[in-house]
Design a protein around this ligand. Structure first.
Ligand SMILES: Cc1cc2nc3c(=O)[nH]c(=O)nc-3n(C[C@H](O)[C@H](O)[C@H](O)COP(=O)(O)OP(=O)(O)OC[C@H]3O[C@@H](n4cnc5c(N)ncnc54)[C@H](O)[C@@H]3O)c2cc1C
Length: 457
């Protein structure tokens, strides 16, 4: 019990991989849990590239947070963009609302890292959220439509050149999926367009794609992408992105006004905004128990935490977040029971990336599996980890239709909103309008009641 005589309150910021695990680990325990997220859904980011390449719907990879915790008596959800933290008073603030806590778990994930490259933020499209993926999908389809109507071959070629910066899993998966989209469905949709004119270029600063994987996996990936028609440029450092080109170190230039930035992530800006100590990558260095070292009631997990396990940094991947979230929940319960906390230990469950529709690379315990045999393992893990039966079914049906007919049904250019939630000013206006409307309804009801006294029951 707290000084207030209530169950201790744990506030969890972020309903991503880490935040969900914290809340699940505290479900049914003698604590009150409040999960806060700027969106009302959890997003499964590993399949974001399929949304960007028009293979599956955005709704297939998201799940409402309220539905995840339905029936869990001690868990509440609030849609809120947290922007401040008062550690003295133990209160988080967002959308003008203050939420007090006894324990705080920060799990707001990461943001795009433009690595200080001039013009990248202004002229390249980020690829980090569902909104970004929808923007990329619209943008690709839009450009192909415009190319079909282009008056000059030069304009057409420009519209059909796509550059992806970053040869990690996200860049590789997006490049492969985009190449497949062009080769099959789009070439059928646009019989008058010569799809050989499409250029997809992937640029990586290090000397191989998938630098965190084995060399065997990198070699396979490069070969496979080449076969799909992707131009692979490794060992090329991007120095500047301009409205019409990307400039490489050494003076070379690639002409393109269509650049997707998949070259890295850094910690969520919330850490700095809250005055927490941060690394150069804007992550919060945590102690062995996953707490902020200067504040024993604040745990930091997932992409925003800089965690070490057995002297090695824990990678910014879903497993790091899931295991960290689970561990933070256990440590909070230990602390409440007055037991000593346990240090975090990361279990490496391997790495995987899809390379086009039916191929993948999988690395597990020092062994590398590539090509078609790796794909079922990749698919099983990804579908298995999706939240919600409906989503799993939806994705599998989409894939089945895609593989049988090579014709994903989603090549629609839909309008999208740049921002996730309603902006605070808009929200205030909306609330004022709602209050006015509510007052009018009340007045009408009063009038009606006066006009026909005694008719109500
Ligand atoms: C395109 C892409 C592909 C990836 N593919 C893979 C993969 O194949 N395998 C793999 O292991 N990893 C992959 N990752 C990495 C993996 O998704 C992350 O490591 C993981 O999501 C981190 O979990 P998290 O809980 O820390 O953050 P997230 O899952 O990003 O969740 C953070 C949550 O916090 C919320 N939030 C953010 N700021 C605020 C705020 N101020 N107030 C309230 N809420 C906030 C967000 O809305 C979000 O719901 C990929 C990442 C991306 C971007």
């Amino acid at each position: 019990m707290t000084d207030r005589g209530e169950r201790p309150r744990v506030v969890v910021v972020g309903a991503g991989f880490a935040g969900l695990q914290v809340a699940k680990g505290l479900a049914g325990e003698e604590v009150e849990v409040v999960v806060l997220d700027r969106n009302n859904y959890h997003a499964f980011l590993p399949l974001l590239y399929q949304v960007g390449a028009a293979q599956i719907e955005a709704s297939d990879i998201v799940h409402p947070v309220r539905a995840i915790f339905r029936g869990k008596e001690n868990i509440q959800f609030g849609m809120m963009r947290v922007d401040r933290l008062d550690r003295e008073r133990k209160v988080v603030t967002g959308n003008g609302i203050q939420v007090p806590y006894d324990y705080l778990v920060l799990a707001p994930g990461s943001q795009t890292n433009y690595l200080g490259v001039t013009g990248a933020r202004e002229h390249a499209l980020p690829f980090k959220t569902v909104h970004h993926a929808l923007a990329v999908r619209n943008w690709i389809l839009n450009r192909v439509e415009r190319a079909a109507a282009a008056a000059s071959p030069r304009k057409r070629r420009g519209l059909l050149t796509f550059v992806i910066v970053g040869g990690g899993p996200t860049g590789v998966e997006l490049a492969g999926a985009l190449a497949e989209l062009v080769r099959k469905p789009l070439s059928r949709d646009f019989p008058d367009l010569d799809m050989a004119e499409v250029r997809i270029i992937i640029v990586e600063a290090l000397d191989r794609l998938l630098p965190t994987f084995s060399e065997k996996a990198s070699r396979y990936t490069e070969k496979r992408l080449d076969k799909l028609g992707v131009h692979v440029r490794t060992g090329e450092m991007v120095e500047e992105v301009t409205p019409t080109s990307i400039k490489l170190k050494g003076g070379q230039e690639i002409s393109s006004d269509a650049v997707v930035w998949a070259a890295g992530v850094k910690g969520n800006p919330l850490a700095e905004a809250c005055g927490l100590p941060v690394t150069k990558k804007a992550t919060v260095p945590v102690d062995a128990f996953l707490r902020s070292p200067d504040d024993s009631s604040t745990f930091v997990v997932g992409d925003m935490a800089q965690v070490e396990s057995d002297g090695e940094p824990v990678p910014m991947v879903a497993q790091g977040a899931i295991q960290g979230g689970r561990h933070a929940a256990e440590n909070i319960l230990r602390e409440i029971r007055g037991e000593p906390l346990e240090p975090f230990s990361y279990r490496d469950l391997g790495y995987m990336a899809a390379v086009g529709r039916t191929r993948a690379v999988v690395e597990l315990k020092g062994r590398t599996l590539t090509g078609m045999p790796a794909w079922p393992a990749w698919a099983l893990v990804h579908v298995g980890k999706l939240v919600g039966f409906r989503n799993r079914l939806g994705v599998m049906l989409n894939w089945a239709a895609d593989y049988v007919f090579a014709q994903p049904p989603l090549r629609l250019i839909m309008p999208y909103e740049e921002t996730a939630a309603v902006e605070p000013e808009e929200e205030e206006k909306e609330e004022a309008r709602a209050e006015k409307a509510g007052a009018a309804v009340e007045a009408q009801e009063r009038e009606r009641a006066q006009e026909s006294p005694g008719t109500g029951d």
